[in-house]
Design a protein around this ligand. Structure first.
Ligand SMILES: [Zn+2]
Length: 255
């Protein structure tokens, strides 16, 4: 029964994220006006606004003008509920669950806004610091030192990648938003899991490029935002970072 509510809540938050991803970077209000078709202004009725289900019975088209609705909307909803469910499996019914489920939702919003607009809004990075303060308090300050080292350390590492990347390639290799975002990750994850998650970010980017460039979906010259990969890395680190570190130490540091 709890599983059902977790997934349902994930779908509803996912539906809300679609609104945030579209309106927030455009400086529009999240609450007003109510959702409408961007093409014909048809006001979305409540029954047309049910996560995933509405997309299916509308067959992916606006009910008034038949303009196709992006497949991304149900995908964001499904992804959010999946992340909520995984967070529930990891943390159980604790305060960690809402904190890190909503943190996962924030990562989804940041990833898609960066894909669409090549920016990571400062306000979202500031909201992303909240789970770090939660950890500081809920773990009686045990995490504070690794968190502070993570904040400064990852910030400096990414600043260096940006600085020397620009010297080497004579153009911006990494946005300053990515530097601030990496520092935020260090604050939330601590320096050790933070480093693992940034490694996973670079690994996922490398994997995706080795698949997508040969089949021509993206070109070698195309500018691709790095933020979404940082999001993937942070989330994987949050879920399995500690396990990855233990596995690595047990496998390669045999005593
Ligand atoms: Zn329409």
């Amino acid at each position: 029964m709890i599983t059902f509510y977790v997934i349902l809540f994930g779908l509803l938050i996912g539906s809300f994220l679609n609104v945030v991803i579209y309106r927030f970077p455009r400086g529009e209000s999240i609450a007003f006006p109510p959702s409408h078709c961007p093409k014909c202004d048809h006001k979305i009725k409540p029954w047309e606004n049910i996560p995933i289900l509405s997309f299916l019975f509308l067959r992916g088209k606006c009910s008034a003008c038949k303009t196709p609705i992006s497949l991304r909307y149900p995908l964001v909803e499904a992804l959010t509920s999946l992340i909520f469910y995984a967070t529930y499996l990891k943390f159980g019914l604790t305060w960690d669950l809402p904190v890190f489920a909503l943190f996962g939702a924030l990562l989804i919003a940041i990833a898609f806004i960066d894909i669409d607009h090549m920016i990571i809004p400062d306000s979202m990075i500031i909201i992303g610091l909240i789970p770090g303060f939660y950890l500081w308090i809920s773990r009686d300050g045990q995490m504070l030192t690794p968190q502070l080292i993570g904040l400064v350390g990852l910030g400096v590492i990414f600043w260096a990648i940006r600085y020397f990347g620009e010297k080497a390639f004579k153009k911006e290799a990494m946005g300053f938003g990515d530097v601030k975002f990496a520092a935020m990750a260090g604050w939330v994850l601590g320096w050790d899991v933070g480093i693992v998650s940034m490694f996973l970010a670079f690994l996922s980017a490398t994997l995706l490029f080795t698949i997508l460039i040969p089949i021509g979906i993206i070109s070698r010259k195309q500018e691709v935002p790095f933020g979404p990969f940082i999001c993937v890395g942070i989330w994987l680190g949050l879920m399995w970072g500690r396990e990855i570190i233990n596995w690595y130490l047990n496998t390669f540091m045999v005593v």
